[in-house]
Design a protein around this ligand. Structure first.
Ligand SMILES: C[S@@+](CC[C@H](N)C(=O)[O-])C[C@H]1O[C@@H](n2cnc3c(N)ncnc32)[C@H](O)[C@@H]1O
Length: 261
């Protein structure tokens, strides 16, 4: 099989095209869960900024339910997919290519922010997390809510860990080659794609993802340091307190109402 090696790419620059085919998540259930969390915490979602929106799998259904959505992602390729999908549906959603550590949307604040499906695991240092918390604080109205999740430590260590996976589809294939650095708490995932091109040959492209282990106690501290109250931390899709062996950890944080207002 002739193939052309095109070097290491940025995370999601190639995966963007295949992301929706590879994701097995039930996004309807995910949307309902996020809305239930808002309701359980007596919060009206109103205007929502989806930080790390990817291809819009939560942004778009939330907009279809009548919420005012804005999508932000640092990957231009993921944003291009999100825009394409929204335009097919005739939805006018502002999507921005920006980093959640520093995004500024002048003159606008949101009732709700969401960061779903490992977005914060992509932040490499505590300083980056602190910047993200400070930025989201700026983006939210007083009393606004941020729903974010984490890929738990045990999954990065054991499920992703030092594993290799393959996914073979009709006109593309990809392989994951992972390594977990227990000292740094970082899982490096090299995704190699073989993508068929019109002459029948395959292009080989690799992109690197790095997810870092972050722990619930760090989230508690960051919330306290950055003007948020952590209202809840749950095992994903439940209202049970999070457990170390949970599939995903879901957090609900509220921007504290400014005193004197
Ligand atoms: C696993 S995808 C999740 C996408 C989407 N939220 C979903 O649920 O399908 C993680 C996304 O986080 C984005 N991301 C990672 N770090 C980011 C950052 N610092 N700023 C903005 N987006 C980021 C990636 O580009 C990617 O689209």
């Amino acid at each position: 099989m002739p193939s052309l090696w095109l070097g290491m790419r940025e995370a999601y620059s190639v995966l963007a095209r295949f992301y929706d085919l590879c994701m097995e998540a039930d996004y309807d259930q995910w949307v309902s869960y996020l809305l239930d969390l808002c309701r359980d915490h007596h919060h009206v979602p109103g205007s929502i900024v989806d930080l790390g929106c990817g291809t819009g799998n939560l942004t778009i259904p939330l907009a279809e339910q009548g919420y005012r959505l804005t999508g932000v992602d640092r990957s231009w390729a993921m944003i291009a997919e999100a825009k394409r999908k929204a335009s097919v549906l005739g939805l006018e959603i502002p999507f921005y290519v920006a980093d959640l550590r520093e995004v500024r949307l002048s003159g606008v604040t949101f009732d709700t922010a969401i960061s779903a499906c490992d977005v914060l695991n992509y932040l490499p240092t505590e300083e980056d997390l602190a910047q993200a918390f400070a930025t989201v604080f700026q983006l939210l109205a007083s009393g606004g809510m941020w729903l974010f999740d984490l890929n738990p430590e045990w999954r990065l260590r054991e499920v992703y860990g030092d594993q290799s996976y393959a996914d073979l589809q009709e006109d593309f294939a990809f392989f994951w080659d992972n390594s977990f650095d227990a000292t740094a708490g970082v899982c490096t995932m090299d995704l190699t794609f073989f993508v068929q091109v019109p002459d029948g040959s395959y292009k080989r492209i690799t992109e690197r993802h790095r997810q870092r282990v972050w722990l619930p106690e760090q989230m508690e501290r960051l919330c306290a340091d950055h003007g948020f109250r952590l209202l809840g931390a749950y095992d994903f899709l439940t209202s049970d307190p999070l457990s170390p062996e949970g599939e995903r950890w879901q957090f609900v944080a509220q921007k504290q109402v400014a005193s004197g207002k």
